[in-house]
Design a protein around this ligand. Sequence first.
Ligand SMILES: Nc1ncnc2c1ncn2[C@@H]1O[C@H](COP(=O)(O)OP(=O)(O)O)[C@@H](O)[C@H]1O
Ligand SMILES: [Mg+2]
Length: 255
Amino acid sequence: MSAEVSLPGVPLRAEEVTAGYGGDPVIRGISVRVQPGQVISLVGPNGSGKSTLLKSLVGVVRISSGTVAIGDREVTNLPPEEVARAGVGYVPQVDDVFAPLTVKENLEMGGYLLHHKQVAERIGRVLAVFPRLSAMLGRGAGKLSGGERKMLAMGRVLMLDPGVFLLDEPTANLAPKIATELLEEHVRGLATSGASVLIVEQRARAVLAISDRTYVLGGGEVRMEGTPAELSASPEFVDSFLGGGHSRTVRSAEG
Ligand SMILES: Nc1ncnc2c1ncn2[C@@H]1O[C@H](COP(=O)(O)OP(=O)(O)O)[C@@H](O)[C@H]1O
Ligand SMILES: [Mg+2]
């Protein structure tokens, strides 16, 4: 990410969020805060409710109790386009780009809430943040590599100038080296440029290396939370997420 790009970070505050799909709640009483400039990560086994939490924050899954605020604005259960307007950029795990469209068309779609004349200017900024996309504007999104596709998905939400990014497993299916690069350069880069970033990841070791704080979900609840240093010093966390006690430092290897 180029250093001169500055993003307008906004705090996200979720308090005691309980949510689900109509039956019993899938997540219960989850509180998470993200400040501008921070990367906050969510880890946990499959089915623990990580994606459901992100969906509840963006109005895709209904919250039955609890609140979500973006800056001073409460957005609990607002429709997804209203949450987007309030400054939240959500990159889902799948269906993150329109494969039949070109890179440029995807970015234009990302700017659907903008005045026409803002679109070109915002595309210019996306290309400053993800220079790799510059040479690919006319290429079909379905023809990009996995890493390039994720950059496009993040670029697409960047079109609306979000203060908060919610990223659901951006490195799923990427080779370890590409995954680490994406996390260190681009995910951390969004926060370094000023945005608030909440990221779900399977690669615990790699995501701890770029996180300010990490929440561990289990069975729809927060089981542990702490700084990377605190969690790396927890035998329970190390056993569950860092593959046993053979590494004390989270930066020494990739997940
Ligand atoms: N659309 C849905 N309808 C009903 N239950 C769902 C739906 N999506 C996910 N779930 C259930 O919610 C639980 C948490 O899923 P999810 O949030 O996707 O977990 P994670 O992202 O941590 O793997 C799982 O038991 C899953 O079966
Ligand atoms: Mg998930």
